[in-house]
Ligand binder design. Structure first.
Ligand SMILES: C[S@@+](CC[C@H](N)C(=O)[O-])C[C@H]1O[C@@H](n2cnc3c(N)ncnc32)[C@H](O)[C@@H]1O
Length: 251
């Protein structure tokens, strides 16, 4: 297959016709795969070091965009509790059935709110509403034309920093996903898991989109050619040493 072009085919779990059972199967697979690959741990590490860099505030707000059935949002909440940090998470997804599932699984936990919202919702037009914005495995579900607005929205909403993690479109990632999906066995996984790689961005696609979005002070890291993270920390952006005009930012 050519990795030059992103696939435009839809994953079955993005279709309203997918049964609840298939949706559960699909999200269980992606949840376990994200954990095994270390994606959730990576996001928690980022939050940990960014919160420390902010001087360890005792309360922090987080927006989780494209939250699916809410497993990452729940991990963030538990992580905060274990460190005595009061984290308020708003987790949104455009798909009402997933928000329903998220509420059933995690809605009873204090500090977490689930809401049906597209990332382009007008409630997200006001800047810096959250300390941190996170998003995991959401980018590859967006169309080519949604990617720049998505990165701009994440950047606009985050006061202290953001992290976006997703799969990389590469031969290695495709091989890993194909093997895992065959081991898993279900038809929806055998269809969606390899397709998720074909729909993903290459690292150079991502860098091009970030540049097009005009978002500065970001860092792209590639993990084994399987997933990437795009991060930004405002504290670093406000570092006087990095100021383009000497003396403009006080120490
Ligand atoms: C693979 S799931 C990721 C779920 C979750 N973040 C995780 O890591 O388990 C991608 C999610 O993105 C959501 N999504 C796709 N387009 C969206 C949009 N425009 N606005 C909000 N959510 C969107 C889908 O409904 C789907 O639940």
């Amino acid at each position: 297959m050519s990795f030059l072009k992103r696939s435009q085919k839809l994953e079955w779990h993005d279709s309203p016709e997918t049964s609840d059972e298939d949706l559960e199967t699909s999200f269980e697979f992606f949840y376990r795969t994200s954990r095994r690959m270390g994606i959730h741990a990576n996001i928690l590490n980022f939050l940990g070091s960014s919160i420390r860099n902010l001087g360890s505030p005792r309360s922090v707000s987080v927006l989780d965009l494209c939250c699916g059935r809410g497993d990452l949002a729940s991990s963030i909440l538990n992580w905060g509790k274990a460190r005595n940090i009061d984290i308020q998470v708003l987790a949104v997804d455009r798909f009402g059935r997933l928000i329903q599932m998220a509420k059933e699984r995690h809605g009873h936990k204090k500090g977490i709110t689930f809401d049906i919202r597209d990332f382009s919702d007008s409630s997200f037009h006001h800047a810096q509403q959250f300390d941190f914005v996170v998003s995991s495995m959401g980018l590859h579900h967006l169309s080519d034309t949604q990617i720049v607005p998505f990165i701009r929205t994440v950047n606009l909403l985050a006061k202290a920093g953001f992290i976006i993690c997703d799969l990389v479109r590469s031969a290695r990632a495709l091989m890993v996903m194909s093997v895992l999906s065959k081991m898993w066995g279900e038809e929806i996984i055998r269809h969606d898991a390899p397709l998720s790689i074909k729909r993903s961005l290459t690292v150079s696609d991502l860098e091009r989109y970030v540049k097009e979005a005009g978002v500065d002070a970001t860092r792209v890291q590639n993990y084994f050619g399987i997933y990437f993270r795009l991060t930004a920390e405002r504290r670093l952006a406000m570092d006087p040493k990095l100021s383009p005009v000497p003396g403009l930012l006080s120490t």
